[in-house]
Design a protein around this ligand. Structure first.
Ligand code: GLU
Length: 467
C-alpha cells in the first residue's frame, strides 16, 4: 500500500548529536524540494531519544543550519522526546492486538541464542522463545525480570518496496529478527519511534541516506502490522570525499555553518548540494525556484556523489557575481571588522561592485576590500625601490598635480592616466604599477582607475605625497 495519491508530506529527521553536516543538509534539501515541487508539506522532526548523545547545542546547530540554507519547515520542529506517551500507547496497543509480545529472555540468554545461531552458520537472531503462537505454551515468567517488548515480525515471505532512488529492493522476512520495540524500562527503540511518527505525521515520502536501507523493511513490517499506510522511500547514496572515501573532517569542513563562516552564500550552497546526487540535464546553475520546479526523484542518482571543492567555489563565485552590491556590502562589513579593517572608510557598495566578479567567497571579497578599508602605512622598501624609480616618481608627481583639479570619476581618472602616459612617453604598466604600489602597497589590484576612484582623491593625494 502506498500513499502517493495523498497530499505530499515529507520530513527531515535529524538526530541532534552534532552539527548539521553536508549529508544531512542534502537530505533536508531533497525532502524540502520534493515537498515544494508537489505543493506539499515539509516537516522537521528532531530524533532526540538517544539521551546520551543528543544535546541542545546540536539541536540549535541543526536549526541554525537549516535557517541559513533557507530550508524552512512548514511544520515543526517536533521533538520525539515529547511523543513518549504516544509511543508507549502504541506499544501497549500492539501487545493487546498480538502484533508485539513481552519477551523475558535476559540479555545473556539473547547473546547465547545469537552465538548458537552463529555457530550453526546462521544469522545471529533471537530464537523466538517468548513469541506466542497458537497452541504454544510459553515458559514461566522469571521472577522479578522486566520484559522487553518485541515486534512479532512476519516469518515468511518478503518485504519489498520500489525505492525512489535505488529501484526495487526486497528482503526475505526470515532475515528480520523480532525487533525489540520497547526496552525493559518501557522506553521505545529507534525504529519504532520513526514508524509511529511517520504514521502520525502522515508522511508520504521518506528521502534519507542509504545507511537506513536496512531499517526500512523493519519499519514497513511494523507499519503494516499497525494497519498504517506505508510511505514511499528513497535512499540517497552517501557523499564521498574527493579521494573517493566517505566524506569526513579529513576533507575539510563538514558542518554547513562552517561554509557560512568561510564565506559561501546559502544560494551557492543550495545549488551545489542539489547537484550532489540530483541532476536536471546538464544544468549546473539554477535558482532555488528552478530547483523546486524541476526537482523529481527520477533524476536522483543511484551512485555516490563526490564532493568537489573547486566546483563549489565556481558555483559560489557565480552567486557572488550575481548578488546585489548592497547585500554583498552588508555581508562583507563584519568580515572587514574581523580583519581589523574599517568598513566605513570606503563606499562598500562600490567596493563590492568592483570586486565581486573575481571573488569565489565572501572571505575573498573581504580580503580584497581591505585595500580600501585597511590601515595603510605605505609600500615596503623593497617594492618602493623596485617600482618607484625616478621616471615613475616624475610621472606620479604630474599625475598628483593634475589630479587635484579633476572631477573625481573613474572616466576622468582614466583619461588623466592616458594624458600622463602620453606626456611621459610611458606604457600603461609603467604608470599603473607604480600607482598601485604607491597607493595600495601592492602591484596587483583591480582596474587602477576604479581603485583610485573608490579610494577617493584625498587618500590618493595623501598617499602619493608620502612616497
Ligand atoms: N534520525 C536519523 C538520522 O539522523 C534519520 C531517520 C530517518 O530519516 O528515518 O540518521
Amino acid at each position: 500500500m502506498t500513499s502517493s495519491k495523498q497530499p505530499v508530506r515529507t520530513r527531515f529527521a535529524p538526530s541532534p548529536t552534532g552539527f548539521l553536516h553536508l549529508g544531512g543538509a542534502r537530505t533536508a534539501l531533497f525532502s524540502w524540494a520534493y515537498a515544494r515541487h508537489f505543493g506539499g508539506t515539509f516537516i522537521l522532526r528532531v530524533e532526540d531519544t538517544d539521551l546520551e548523545r543528543s544535546t541542545p547545542e546540536a539541536v540549535q546547530a541543526i536549526l541554525d543550519g537549516m535557517a541559513w540554507l533557507g530550508l524552512t519547515p512548514d511544520e515543526g520542529p517536533f521533538f520525539q522526546m515529547q511523543h513518549m506517551d504516544r509511543y508507549r500507547e502504541v506499544v501497549a496497543g500492539m501487545v493487546k492486538a498480538g502484533t508485539a509480545y513481552y519477551c523475558y529472555s535476559s540479555p545473556e540468554e539473547v547473546d547465547a541464542m545469537r552465538e548458537l545461531a552463529r555457530s550453526k552458520g546462521q544469522k545471529p537472531r533471537y530464537d523466538g522463545t517468548w513469541r506466542p503462537e497458537p497452541g504454544k505454551i510459553l515458559p514461566p515468567i522469571p521472577q522479578g525480570r522486566r520484559p522487553v517488548v518485541r515486534f512479532k515480525s512476519p516469518q515468511d515471505g518478503v518485504t519489498s518496496w520500489i525505492d525512489m532512488v535505488k529501484g526495487p529492493i526486497s528482503f526475505d522476512n526470515t532475515e528480520l529478527d523480532d525487533l525489540v520495540i520497547a526496552r525493559p524500562d518501557g522506553t521505545p527503540t529507534y525504529n519504532f519511534c520513526v514508524v509511529v511518527d511517520d504514521w502520525d505525521m502522515r508522511i508520504t515520502h521518506v528521502l534519507r541516506g542509504d545507511d537506513h536501507v536496512n531499517n526500512t523493511p523493519r519499519q514497513i513490517t511494523i507499519l503494516r502490522a499497525l494497519g498504517a499506510p506505508v510511505p514511499e522511500y528513497g535512499h540517497v547514496p552517501m557523499i564521498l570525499g574527493p579521494d573517493g572515501e566517505k566524506l569526513s573532517k579529513r576533507h575539510g569542513a563538514v558542518s554547513v555553518m562552517e561554509y557560512d563562516k568561510e564565506g559561501y552564500l546559502p544560494e551557492g550552497m543550495i545549488n551545489y548540494l542539489a547537484r550532489l546526487g540530483w541532476s536536471h540535464g546538464d544544468d549546473e546553475l539554477f535558482t532555488r525556484e528552478q530547483l523546486v520546479e524541476w526537482f523529481d526523484p527520477q533524476h536522483l542518482s543511484k551512485s555516490a556523489a563526490q564532493w568537489d571543492p573547486k566546483k563549489l567555489n565556481w558555483v559560489n563565485a557565480h552567486y557572488i557575481k550575481h548578488s546585489d552590491d548592497a547585500a554583498l556590502a552588508r555581508a562583507v562589513a563584519p568580515r572587514i571588522l574581523t580583519r581589523g579593517g574599517h568598513p566605513d572608510r570606503a563606499d562598500l557598495v562600490r567596493v563590492a561592485g568592483l570586486l565581486k566578479d573575481r571573488a569565489e567567497t565572501l572571505e575573498q571579497l573581504a580580503d580584497g576590500a581591505m585595500l580600501f578599508c585597511g590601515d595603510f602605512s605605505g609600500p615596503t622598501a623593497e617594492l618602493a625601490e623596485q617600482h618607484l624609480t625616478q621616471t615613475a616618481r616624475n610621472a606620479l608627481r604630474d599625475f598628483a598635480i593634475q589630479a587635484a583639479e579633476l572631477t573625481w570619476t573613474r572616466e576622468a581618472i582614466s583619461a588623466l592616466i592616458k594624458t600622463i602616459l602620453a606626456s611621459h612617453s610611458l606604457k600603461m604598466p609603467q604608470l599603473a604599477i607604480p600607482l598601485r604600489v604607491a597607493v595600495a602597497g601592492t602591484t596587483q589590484t583591480p582596474a587602477i582607475d576604479a581603485v583610485l576612484e573608490i579610494l577617493g582623491r584625498d587618500v590618493v593625494l595623501a598617499r602619493l605625497a608620502s612616497i
